[in-house]
Design a protein around this ligand. Structure first.
Ligand code: KG4
Ligand code: ZN
Length: 341
């Protein structure tokens, strides 16, 4: 089965081609530079940029895969959650293409697709999911932070999520307080390497709460007040590195400890992680260490697949088609607020 998939839920225009669990191409055009000027994603700009980029990205994906549109068996797209105008571009393009080719169309949940990205690896990338189910999956990005119990094929249960800011948002907003460019996550990652994570003691919100929910806005506020009272720290490079390392350590401790606690409670053998924040080197290292200590197999999404991409959309769409899930009605619409059950 050959699938073409579109992902335009936020600021990445991505198109992928997959055949029988293999990713033949995964072209991603990131808009991050465009939005950097505004300090965050501007929905209207994102949608216009998707409109501009979708055709060349789709052509490149087909060409790289060596596949023509006539050979496609199905077309898929992210249906939600995401920015409404951004979602519309990829979703409607995919729907129109499926209609014109008289092939099935599959709309998928973006968060559910993230559950699949840790299982896509190698060159050519192949999905080998299923080896370690059930697993507890951490999805952590600029828009979402959640823990999901993956019980089996297309079967999952959300254990917890953020009640305010996402972890990536916390990286970005605290970075802004330190005058770092948007998105600050990668910059904090880099500067933290030269800093002392114990230099400043920031709160670890909800760390000792028995539930699986997260909260990061209090941490951001605590950094804001701390810098209001100590503005001189921002004039010293080493202090900035120490601040980055300390903020990063607080975020990571919460993410790692809560993930391990959920994995123990749910008695799974495997932990997985994906989403943009999973690019963070210290988070990857801490998850490795913790999983080793507690005897869990860890599957981290490849760095290229941590951030939003259409490969994960294609792989999930294929699983849905193979499972014989009913095709959606032709007049299906986007679901910007579609939360995972
Ligand atoms: O998955 P993604 O590309 O987009 C969504 O938000 O859906 O994630 C982007 C987020 C941003 O908040 C960015 O700062 C964060 O991921 N991020 C990182 C790193 N790379 C990206 N955060 C910490 N360390 C990194 N190396
Ligand atoms: Zn995402």
């Amino acid at each position: 089965m050959i699938l073409l998939a579109f992902e335009t839920s936020c600021d990445e225009t991505s198109v992928a081609v997959a055949r029988d669990g293999k990713v033949l191409s995964n072209v991603v055009s990131s808009q991050v530079r465009l939005h950097a000027e505004y300090g965050g994603v501007v929905p209207e700009l994102a949608a216009r940029e998707h409109l501009k980029n979708l055709q060349p990205v789709a052509r490149a994906a087909l060409q790289e895969a060596g596949v023509t549109a006539a050979e496609l068996d199905a077309v898929a797209a992210t249906q939600g959650p995401g920015l409404p105008t951004a979602l519309l571009v990829g979703f409607k393009a995919a729907q129109a293409m499926a209609f014109a080719l008289e092939k099935p169309f599959v709309g998928v949940n973006h968060h559910e697709a993230h559950l699949y990205s840790p299982w896509i690896s190698g060159r050519p990338a192949t999905a080998d999911f299923g080896a370690f189910r059930p697993n507890v999956s951490l999805i952590v990005s600029g828009g979402h932070t959640m823990l999901v119990l993956v019980e089996g094929e297309l079967k999952h249960r959300v254990l917890g999520g953020t009640i305010d800011d996402a972890a990536g948002e916390c990286f970005d907003k605290t970075g802004k307080l330190m005058n770092l460019p948007y998105p600050a996550g990668p910059e904090i990652d880099r500067l933290a390497e030269q800093g002392n994570p114990a230099a400043f003691d920031f709160p670890r919100p909800l760390l000792h709460d028995a539930g699986d929910d997260f909260s990061f806005s209090g941490l951001k506020t605590s950094v804001r007040y701390f810098l209001r009272d100590h503005p001189e720290l921002l004039g010293d490079r080493q202090q900035i590195c120490d601040l980055c390392a300390s903020v990063q350590a607080a975020i990571i401790e919460v993410l790692v400890k809560k993930t391990i606690r959920a994995a123990k409670r749910e008695q799974v053998r495997c932990v997985t992680a994906s989403g943009g924040v999973t690019c963070n080197r210290a988070l990857r290292a801490e998850l490795e260490r913790a999983c080793q200590r507690h005897g869990f197999v860890l599957r981290l999404a490849d760095r290229t697949l941590c951030t939003d991409n259409a490969a994960m959309i294609a792989i999930l769409a294929e699983r849905k088609l193979l499972a014989g899930l009913p095709a959606p009605a032709p007049d299906e619409e986007i679901k910007p607020g579609w939360s995972l059950a």
